[in-house]
Design a protein around this ligand. Structure first.
Ligand code: AKG
Length: 276
């Protein structure tokens, strides 16, 4: 599974490529079932802290981030040495008002590189109606825009951060995904998504990949896991690979990792209501 020359060019020019076929509908459905079995066991939604650095909690997700069908396209975009920094669950219940305001992740993740990419995979239909992602092509090549913290209960972002400049939304492009498909975007690209007006949950997981020369420049400590090639830099503590879901030693590491990342994401914020 590789990107065509046109798709690589489009990624460089516009900052995204979508859709990319990754999993069969059956495979994606199996992963959704695993996630939902955990939710059922816990009696409801994932806890906020389980949404991020989740590759440390779920063995199936730790396997997914190493899947060549995901890494081959990522390698075409950022090179052969690849660290996975984070995974985040983005679940919008059917009919929920949950949304994601226009933002650029470069502003909040404390990462030094401009090469970080987000691969977002759909485990249920991510149609326009279900509130799929929208992007503003080319914004990854511009400056990091100013953002305001506009805390909102339905905003899935930590502090409701939103680009304060006027964006010409007519230029925005939807990235609808079928079950098992993914989009890839540069983390500087402005993106957003709206409410889920469909009758099914919108279940997605984002995977954030970076070259190993990247540094964490906001937090004192951070971790990552090498998914392909070599890491000659050692800027991130290597994360353990869980032997099974909720492997106790990986869970203990996740506790440290998710607290550390939450501090980075809320750095300078007036309120830390721990959505991630
Ligand atoms: O799930 C969404 O709609 C947006 C996710 C997002 O902001 C991201 O993956 O960076």
């Amino acid at each position: 599974m590789t990107l065509s020359e046109n798709e690589v060019e489009q990624f460089q020019r516009d900052g995204y490529v979508s859709p990319v076929d990754v999993l069969s509908v059956t495979e994606a459905g199996e992963l959704r079932k695993k996630l939902e079995a955990t939710e059922a066991k816990q009696g409801g939604a994932l806890y906020p802290e389980q949404r991020s650095k989740s590759f440390l909690l779920f063995k199936w997700l730790n396997d997914l981030i190493r899947d060549p069908r995901i890494l081959n396209p990522v390698e075409q975009l950022i090179g052969p040495d690849i660290l996975l920094w984070n995974t985040i669950f983005w679940i919008k219940e059917a009919g929920a008002e949950s949304f994601i305001s226009w933002h650029q992740d470069t502003k909040y993740w404390g990462l030094s590189s401009d090469q970080v990419v987000t691969a977002w995979i759909a485990l249920s239909p991510a149609s326009v109606e279900a509130g799929c992602m929208r992007v503003m092509p080319g914004t990854h090549r511009g400056e990091v825009l100013s953002h305001e913290d506009r805390y909102h209960a339905d905003n899935m972002l930590t502090r409701g951060q939103e680009i304060s400049a006027d964006l010409n939304e007519e230029r925005a492009v939807y990235m609808p995904l079928g079950v098992g498909q993914m989009s890839i975007h540069n983390y500087r690209l402005a993106h957003a998504s709206g409410a889920n007006k469909s009758t099914d949950r919108r279940v997605g997981v984002s995977m954030h990949f970076m070259p190993p020369d990247t540094e964490q420049i906001v937090g004192n400590w951070d971790c990552a896991t090498l998914v392909r090639g070599n890491d000659p830099y050692g800027n991130f503590e290597p994360a353990p690979v869980p032997a099974h879901d909720f492997d106790p030693s990986a869970v203990a590491f996740h506790d440290k990792a998710s607290k550390a990342i939450s501090e980075v994401l809320y750095a300078g914020a007036a309120v830390n209501d721990r959505k991630l």
